[in-house]
Design a protein around this ligand. Structure first.
Ligand code: ATP
Length: 473
């Protein structure tokens, strides 16, 4: 059973060094987090797995664009005028909310109370909302309150981009933005990449990088933060071929999550009823978090909106010239846009399990175990000397030193073996290797599997081979 309570994940993340509040010793900075020793390994493993699956193929190139971009980029993309969320204030409680999230949370509360029909009806109305006054009407109509108060202001737009200045002069001509998505860095490099990599449509450009949004409310741990990381790919196709590509990429992206241990019934695809002005089809891939289904990735068919706009605003041609069929066009785009940090939270929630076990001595015990996919596990192996004498620590150190040339590993000699196993189980280490009397005599070690807890005796010389055999695709 995956985590049913987000508090278990938050507590584990802090205790074990996955995620800390940013600037914690100063009281923290809202919506910002730091990734600790195990968190950064997990982040890197997620990114590496994505990078491999998305760019180790002939038709997708990678890039790493800068976070700060020319301000006209955001005029062309529509972000300066339209990248806003609907905001509403409660005049009595003095609290501010994102109007659509406020209604969504109310719907979840209704569902918890078993009021399914009312929840369904409200959800339908929410999906069809066209403007801010309709959000307001829904909030009033559904009698949504904050701490008992329905003293709401009108709904207004709040632009989510962080503004700063480039260079030494802080005037309006020097305004730049921290990018709110990594996609625009891909669009403006469309020509550069296509020509330098000698690509032909259809092809894609992929990028992993930080994005910043001044979210009205941050909540649910790292689900919604103000600084986060995205892994995005824009796939350029001939107009008319976008629907086929959309379906292909949606399936490819679902396969990635499934391949890393999230079963199909914990994922769902939610098509957008209300499409953004640039899209002719869109869907969210959602994961069943402890607080309900939430988006982890968006798949968008963005037509030629972005390239056409950049063409118009920059005055530079962003067409594709098909010399074989003698035609030229601005390609259509399928975007896969996933959150690194959001998917990290999904992987943690899915992997977390508390289970009753019988220990080596036949006693009932409980363990918390992170059943992370091997590729994602922050530590791959832990090495223990059974006792801290009889040459075992020295032997164990020698084995550990050799292993850590190939794997992120940990040496642990403190406490009973059972305790050391529990420590590794809780952070998802797939293998524990124990050096005992037999190692000293016959060169064998015990290797224990995190999930089955089964122990095998193998030659100390074969540890790497054993791990590789077990995890080769
Ligand atoms: P939401 O509706 O939840 O605000 P969105 O539809 O605006 O999200 P996209 O712009 O499609 O999100 O962003 C693509 C992905 O980037 C999301 O699926 C999510 O994984 C990630 N993401 C977006 N905003 C945040 C955030 N504030 N914190 C963490 N991850 C985010």
């Amino acid at each position: 059973m995956p985590a049913s309570n987000l508090d278990d994940i938050i507590s584990l993340a802090k205790r074990k060094g996955f995620i800390f509040q940013s600037s914690e010793i100063y009281g923290g900075l809202n919506g910002c987090y730091d990734y600790g020793p195990l968190g950064v390994e997990l982040l890197n493993n997620i990114k590496q797995s994505w990078w491999k699956s998305m760019t180790y193929r002939e038709d997708v190139e990678g890039i790493d664009a800068s976070i700060l971009m020319h301000p006209r980029v955001w005029d062309a993309s529509g972000h300066t005028s339209q990248f806003s969320d609907p905001m509403i204030d409660n005049k009595t409680t003095k609290r501010r909310f994102r109007a659509d999230n406020l209604i969504e949370e109310h719907i979840q509360k209704l569902r918890k109370k078993g009021k399914t029909a009312i929840a369904d009806e409200l959800e339908k109305k929410l999906d069809a909302v066209q403007n801010n006054s309709e959000y307001y009407d829904l909030i009033i109509g559904a009698e949504i309150k904050d701490e008992g108060s329905a003293d709401w202001t009108d709904v207004k737009n709040f632009n989510l981009m962080f503004k700063t200045f480039i260079g030494p002069v802080e005037d309006s001509g020097a305004v730049v933005y921290l990018r709110p998505e990594s996609a625009q860095g891909i669009f403006v490099n469309f020509k550069n990449v296509m020509e330098s990599a000698r690509q032909k449509v259809p092809f894609g450009i992929a990028q992993i990088g930080k994005a910043f949004r001044n979210e009205i409310n941050t909540k649910n741990f790292v689900f919604r933060t103000r600084e986060f990381e995205q892994m995005e790919m824009q796939y350029f196709v001939k107009p008319g071929e976008e629907m086929e590509a959309f379906e292909k990429w949606q399936e490819t992206r679902l396969d990635w999550y499934r391949g890393l241990g999230i079963p199909s019934d914990r994922l769902r695809v939610k098509p957008h009823e209300k499409l953004a002005h640039y899209a002719n089809r869109a869907a969210d891939i959602e994961y069943n978090f402890p607080f309900g289904f939430g988006e982890i990735e968006g798949i968008h068919s963005r037509t030629d909106f972005d390239l056409s706009k950049h063409q118009e605003f920059s005055g530079k041609k962003l067409e594709y010239v098909d010399t074989v069929n003698k035609e030229r066009y601005v390609p259509y785009v399928i975007e896969t846009s996933g959150g690194v940090t959001r998917s990290l939270m999904a992987f943690l929630c899915e992997a977390y399990e508390k289970e009753q076990i019988t220990d080596d001595k036949g006693r009932e015990d409980q363990r918390a175990v992170l059943r992370l996919h091997y590729d994602l596990a922050p530590l791959k192996v832990a090495v223990f000397p059974l006792v801290n004498k009889e040459g075992m620590p020295e032997k164990a150190r020698a084995i550990f030193n050799d292993i850590q040339k190939s794997y992120k590993a940990q040496y642990d000699h403190a406490g009973a073996i059972g305790k050391r196993y529990r420590r590794q189980d809780e952070v998802g280490t797939p293998y524990c290797v124990t050096i005992d009397g037999d190692t000293m005599e016959s060169g064998t070690v015990t290797i224990r599997d995190r999930d089955t807890m089964a122990q095998e005796t193998i030659s100390a010389d074969n540890i790497k081979q054993y791990i590789e055999n077990q995890n080769s695709a």
